[in-house]
Design a protein around this ligand. Structure first.
Ligand code: GUN
Length: 289
C-alpha cells in the first residue's frame, strides 16, 4: 500500500511556485496577491484561511486577510466584494464558505469578478470548466488531479466512483475525471445520498473519491483489493490522548481500508495541503504574465 502524501506533493509544487514568483520579480513584475474574506469566527474556517495566508508567505505571494463580523449585512459584504473586484493590487480573492445563514452564498459567489475568482465557483468558471475551456478550476478537485498526476496514478480507462455531489468537490470532480485529458478519461460514477446499493458500486471502483462529509463512511467491505482511495473528508473527533483534545479523521475508515488498497491519501496531510497549492496555482494564473 502506498500513501498518497498531499503534504509531500504540495511541498514540491510550492517550490515550483516560489521559483516562478522569483522569476516574476526578476522580470520587474509584481508579486501575486491573494485576498481572503473571512466572515464570523467559525473555528474550522479560521484554520483553513490561516493556512492559506501562511502558504502565500511561503511561496512569496502577498496576501490580505479581510475579517468581517458575523453580523455584517449581505449589502455590506457585496460592497466589500465590489471593492476587491476593483482593487488593481489584488489579483485574486476568495470568500471563505459557509457564510452566516442570513447571507446567500450564491449571491456572493456571483458578485466576485470571474477574472479574480480563484476558487472557481462563479457560474462562468463552472461553465467554462464543463466545456473544457481555460478557467479557474475549483481548488479541491484541482488539487486532487495534481495529487493523482504527480504520484503517477493512472486514470485513463479506469472506473472512478465519486461519492458525494457537492458543488465544491463531488460534482466538479466527476466532470474533470471524465474529461478527455490527462489526468482524466475515467469512466465516472457519481454516487450520492440517494444511491441504491452503494457498496455494489464502490466495489467496482478502481479509484474512489470519498467526499460525503461523514466520518469513516467508507469501510473495508466497500473497496476492491488494490483500489486507489482519495479521502476528501475532514472531521474533528474527541481524542483525550492528544494535546488539543481532538484529532482529525476523514470520510474513509483509514485503519481498516488501508491494508486492502493499492494507495490511499491520509487525513490530515492528504487532500488539504493539495487544495491550498491549487489555490496558489490559480492565484499565480490570475496574476497573469
Ligand atoms: N469552504 C470549504 N472549502 C472551501 C473552498 O475551497 N473555498 C472557500 N472559499 N470556502 C470553502
Amino acid at each position: 500500500m502506498r500513501i498518497l502524501s498531499g503534504k509531500e506533493t504540495a511541498e514540491g509544487i510550492k517550490l515550483e511556485i516560489a521559483a516562478e514568483v522569483q522569476a516574476r520579480i526578476s522580470a520587474g513584475k509584481s508579486k501575486p496577491h491573494l485576498a481572503a474574506i473571512l466572515v464570523g469566527d467559525d473555528g474550522a474556517s479560521e484554520t483553513y484561511v490561516n493556512a492559506k495566508v501562511k502558504a502565500c508567505a511561503r511561496v512569496g505571494f502577498e496576501s490580505t486577510l479581510v475579517r468581517l463580523d458575523a453580523s455584517i449585512s449581505e449589502e455590506e459584504l457585496l460592497a466589500k466584494v465590489k471593492e476587491l473586484n476593483e482593487d488593481d493590487r489584488i489579483h485574486g480573492f476568495i470568500v471563505q464558505l459557509p457564510l452566516p445563514s442570513h447571507i446567500s452564498d450564491q449571491k456572493i459567489i456571483e458578485a466576485v469578478s470571474p477574472e479574480k475568482d480563484v476558487d472557481g465557483f462563479h457560474p462562468l468558471n463552472v461553465g467554462r470548466m464543463v466545456l473544457g475551456l481555460p478557467c479557474f478550476l475549483p481548488a479541491t478537485p484541482y488539487g486532487i488531479l495534481q495529487l493523482l498526476q504527480r504520484n503517477n496514478i493512472a486514470t485513463e480507462g479506469k472506473h472512478c466512483v465519486v461519492v458525494g455531489r457537492s458543488h465544491i468537490v463531488g460534482s466538479p470532480m466527476s466532470i474533470l475525471l471524465a474529461r478527455n485529458s490527462s489526468p482524466g478519461n475515467c469512466t465516472v460514477t457519481l454516487a450520492h445520498s440517494r444511491t441504491q446499493d452503494l457498496k455494489k458500486i464502490t466495489l467496482q471502483a478502481d479509484i474512489i473519491i470519498a467526499a460525503v462529509g461523514r466520518p469513516r463512511f467508507i469501510t473495508a467491505d466497500m473497496v476492491k483489493e488494490g483500489a486507489v482511495i482519495v479521502d476528501v473528508g475532514i472531521h474533528r473527533i474527541e481524542d483525550e490522548s492528544s494535546k488539543s483534545g481532538y484529532r482529525l479523521i476523514g470520510d474513509v475508515d483509514f485503519d481498516e481500508v488501508s491494508s486492502k488498497v493499492g494507495a490511499i491519501s491520509p487525513v490530515p496531510g492528504g487532500v488539504g495541503p493539495m487544495t491550498i497549492v491549487a489555490l496558489l496555482k490559480n492565484t499565480l494564473q490570475a496574476a497573469g504574465n
